[in-house]
Design a protein around this ligand. Structure first.
Ligand code: ADP
Length: 177
């Protein structure tokens, strides 16, 4: 299957998406927060937080760009992959590479757990302040590069909560096809 037909852009709420794994834009504590993180824990129930606590007790906080996997609790997905995006500090502090690591590590973890489908929010573009156009370019490039190397995933969806991310993502994806 050609790579571009595996990628889709959807406007909506990631907690409603029935894929093998949804990705959470978490913070290092993995203890929940606002934005998409809060929405995932609210909709998924306490099982997700319990699993996060165990991970932190075992390995400490999650560093920027890394990813961990838990149950999805009551969500329609099977797993939640929690990754910590970079906080935007002007772009000279490794932000693009760290953001790309989030996508790569989440995709890798999905494959290792036999997932065929995964859905991402627009990591770091909320409270963490990453410029949406630049984040969209990093996201699309990282996913396309991964899908070129690994054929295990059949579907990668970007779930854009806001209209600006939705149109930016569509434009960037079209420009690469
Ligand atoms: P970060 O701290 O990584 O910036 P945020 O949760 O503040 O994380 O924002 C990341 C993105 O997630 C933003 O583009 C925001 O609009 C989006 N978002 C918020 N709620 C949801 C949701 N329920 N589903 C999908 N995306 C969401």
């Amino acid at each position: 299957m050609p790579i571009h037909s595996k990628i889709e852009i959807i406007q909506g709420d990631i907690t409603t998406i029935g894929v093998d794994a949804i990705v959470n834009a978490a913070n290092a504590s993995l203890l929940g927060g606002g934005g998409v993180d809060g929405a995932i824990h609210r909709a998924g129930g306490p099982e997700i937080l319990e699993a996060c606590r165990k991970i932190v007790a075992r390995q400490g906080p999650c560093t920027t760009g890394e990813a961990v996997i838990t149950t999805a609790g009551n969500l329609p997905a099977k797993f939640v992959i929690h990754t910590v995006g970079p906080i935007w500090q002007g772009g000279q502090n490794g932000e693009p590479e760290l953001l790309a690591n989030c996508y790569r590590n989440a995709l890798q973890l999905a494959v290792e757990n036999d997932c065929k489908s995964i859905a991402f929010p627009n990591i770091s573009t909320g409270v963490y302040g990453y410029p949406k156009d630049q984040a969209a370019a990093v996201a699309v490039a990282a996913v396309q590069a991964f899908l070129k190397k690994s054929t295990a995933l059949e579907r990668v969806a970007f779930i854009c909560f806001d209209a600006e991310n939705f149109s930016l993502m569509q434009r960037i994806l079209q420009s690469t096809n």
